[in-house]
Write a new protein. Structure first.
Length: 199
């Protein structure tokens, strides 16, 4: 399920969000992620936004299946050459399909109770030895930010445990705080993980 109010916020502010570009933190995460991939990897970008991360990965020689629940973001991604399509977390059903999955600050908009199920679906989509990236703001509970977006929060340790329980091995973690689109400085975690080779 997607949150209609959150989608509406992004639909009306898509251009401003795209103007943020790729931050140094995101650029570093992309480098760590790409370094763990095989050449010409096939990647799922979950909640691709305006397609900036997908485009960067394509420029490194990878192919990207990019999905987002906001039509304005899909349009923006397509405008920069990303084969984006309209889809939600509920549409993630592939098995053994991706060398890498990039979930950068998208699952935090899901209902908190659904996040373990969505993470399981994503893990199911990884090929043996596949690479998983998860970026999430950290905290507890659920709330809306000052511009109306729905957020769910977990601690970094809770997220690590969920990925570990799915058979993934954490390979890299960064915890920090940074100003986001709404202007507030929020704590976050960036987790890189690997699927088992014999999955």
């Amino acid at each position: 399920m997607s949150d209609d109010q959150t989608i509406s916020v992004y639909q009306t502010r898509a251009a401003g969000y795209a103007d943020l570009g790729i931050s140094p933190t995101q650029a570093t995460a992309l480098q760590v992620f790409s370094a763990a991939l095989p050449p010409k990897a096939h990647i799922l970008d979950v909640g691709c936004g305006p397609g900036l991360h997908a485009r960067a990965l394509m420029d490194l020689g990878h192919s990207v299946d990019a999905i987002d629940a906001t039509q304005a973001f899909v349009d923006a991604a397509q405008n920069i050459g990303v084969a984006a399509r309209l889809a939600t977390f509920e549409d993630i059903t592939a098995h053994n399909a991706y060398d890498g999955i990039w979930a950068s600050f998208s699952l935090l908009h899901a209902p908190r109770a659904n996040v373990p199920r969505y993470l399981a679906a994503l893990a199911h989509g990884l090929r043996p030895g596949g690479t998983f990236f998860l970026g999430m703001k950290t905290g507890s509970g659920e709330s809306r930010d000052s511009i109306g977006r729905h957020y769910c929060y977990f601690t970094a340790e809770e997220l690590e445990q969920m990925l570990t329980d799915l058979g993934l091995t954490i390979t890299h973690r960064v915890d920090d705080a940074e100003a986001g689109f709404a202007g507030t400085v929020d704590p976050y975690t960036l987790l890189h993980a690997k699927a088992p080779q014999d999955a």
